[in-house]
Design a protein around this ligand. Structure first.
Ligand SMILES: C[S@@+](CC[C@H](N)C(=O)[O-])C[C@H]1O[C@@H](n2cnc3c(N)ncnc32)[C@H](O)[C@@H]1O
Length: 262
């Protein structure tokens, strides 16, 4: 595709207007490569014609957002860290703040993460007290999350006790999550780069999205997470997303991949 490089700056401006997504906040090389592939694959000859198409076709626009926002997720991703969450972090939070915890799963994708949280919490507090606020920028994954049906790959890391208790098998390759767990989670569209953040959170879980952002964007988001947490609250990050400058941001190091607001 000719002129792809020249138009990318204009394309980013158009995308921001059309979708609210600021591509400047994402690592450029990786993102541009993904977008160029998508545009070619869909048979468009460049950014201009593609922008025109997504501005008049809502379905195509949703497809674009869905493609941009890599949605890979699974229940209980990195089991060792969920074990730490269950045995150390949650009991600590419950001891400090009681059972009515405000929990936010940010960039929750298809719901695997907030639903895992609900299951783990249900071992320690009554299910009717478990409330999880779960957000993502991508409407399509949120819709999947609300439906709550998953393939075996999504569940491969989840301990059997949860699988047995909270899933109903539907045919060979589909598992439906129970209504009691579904009821604990409220899904909402939210863009980490521009929408207001909730306040008074005791636990924020934000995993495997920061890797796509530039250093500047990451810093902004961490500052906002800090403001969202109550003192003593905890931020749980992905297992490749250690926060190097956590002290500067006001966090303390609790356990590997868990930071608390001092
Ligand atoms: C790789 S998934 C991670 C899902 C889950 N947290 C996990 O660790 O399994 C990344 C998610 O980040 C979301 N995302 C990307 N940019 C975002 C933004 N600016 N605001 C909110 N969510 C965003 C994507 O839609 C995607 O669902």
């Amino acid at each position: 595709m000719k002129n792809m490089q020249n138009n990318y700056e204009d394309f980013k401006k158009e995308v921001l207007k059309l979708t609210g997504i600021d591509l400047n906040a994402y690592k450029e090389r990786q993102m541009k490569r993904r977008i160029d592939t998508l545009i070619s694959r869909n048979g468009f000859d460049g950014y201009v014609t593609y922008t025109k198409a997504i501005s008049s076709d809502t379905e195509l626009k949703e497809q674009f957002v869905n493609y941009l926002t890599i949605n890979v997720s699974e229940f209980y991703r990195n089991p060792g860290l969920w074990d730490t969450l269950e045995k150390v972090v949650l009991p600590n939070l419950i001891k400090q703040f009681g059972p009515n915890l405000k929990i936010w799963s940010a960039a929750c994708s298809t719901g695997d993460e907030p639903y895992s949280l609900a299951m783990v919490l249900a071992k320690q507090i009554p299910l009717d007290k478990v409330r999880i606020y779960a957000t993502d920028i991508d409407e399509q994954v949120l819709e999947k999350a609300r439906i709550g049906v998953y393939g075996p790959n999504s569940l491969k890391g989840l301990p059997d006790e949860y699988k047995k208790k909270y899933f109903q098998q539907m045919g060979e390759k589909a598992y439906k999550i129970s209504d009691e767990i579904k009821k604990c989670v409220e899904f909402k569209k939210h863009n980490l780069l521009k929408d207001p953040y909730p306040s008074g959170c005791h636990l924020i879980v934000c995993r495997n999205v920061m890797i796509y952002f530039t250093e500047e964007a990451k810093d902004e988001i961490y500052k906002k997470f800090y403001a969202s947490l109550v003192k003593g609250g905890c931020l749980f990050v992905g297992n490749t997303e250690q926060i190097i400058n956590y002290k500067e941001l006001g966090f303390g190091f609790d356990k590997l991949f868990f930071y608390n607001k001092l």
